[in-house]
Design a protein around this ligand. Sequence first.
Ligand SMILES: Cc1cc2nc3c(=O)[nH]c(=O)nc-3n(C[C@H](O)[C@H](O)[C@H](O)COP(=O)(O)O)c2cc1C
Length: 200
Amino acid sequence: MTQKMSAFGKPFETLAEWLSEAEKKELNDPTAMALATVNERGMPSVRMVLLKGADENGLVFYTNLESRKGQELRANPNAALLFHWKSLRRQIRVEGAVEPVTPEEADIYFASRARASRIGAWASKQSSEMEGRFEFEAAIAKYTAKFGAGDIPRPDFWSGFRLKPKYFEFWNDKMFRLHERKTYTLNDNESGWAQGEIYP
Ligand SMILES: Cc1cc2nc3c(=O)[nH]c(=O)nc-3n(C[C@H](O)[C@H](O)[C@H](O)COP(=O)(O)O)c2cc1C
């Protein structure tokens, strides 16, 4: 693996470039990414979430804090993200630990969501067993009546996480499976990225 030092911004610049190309080409949800978490027994689980912010501080997504992922991240903040864009034949792997976003950030994002989505956040006990769909519909009706035409505050069980990357891999499709894999590993003192390349 060749090691070269690169400017701190480099992996985030490439992430931004690839995201913007995906936004032009991908049919649905270009910011969708798989989020892998690990439970207390070391068992991994993975699901899709939407990227809602990305800069040098990290990659942000929002969810129900009592969901399976929320509980797993509370027990073990180490996580991995994966973007895959079929239209571009590219993937990006990101690894690091998550930390909660600030309540102010979560409030701003929550307020930007459609009214029905905000009611849904109140009504959904994400990842808990339900008796049937009627139970969920009754909860939606309850919160729709409760909030009427007024403000819908963010539930305290709903917020976001910011994954602070320690490792990136940018995978680019090449002919005959001779793909390109560029890696960036954060230095121990977190002052820069070691750039490398690995076999496909
Ligand atoms: C394209 C796509 C985007 C999604 N985005 C989110 C999201 O941003 N936040 C979220 O909580 N769930 C999102 N979901 C639903 C999750 O994949 C998952 O079903 C849910 O969060 C419960 O996961 P858990 O039981 O592992 O906590 C998305 C699903 C898909 C297919």
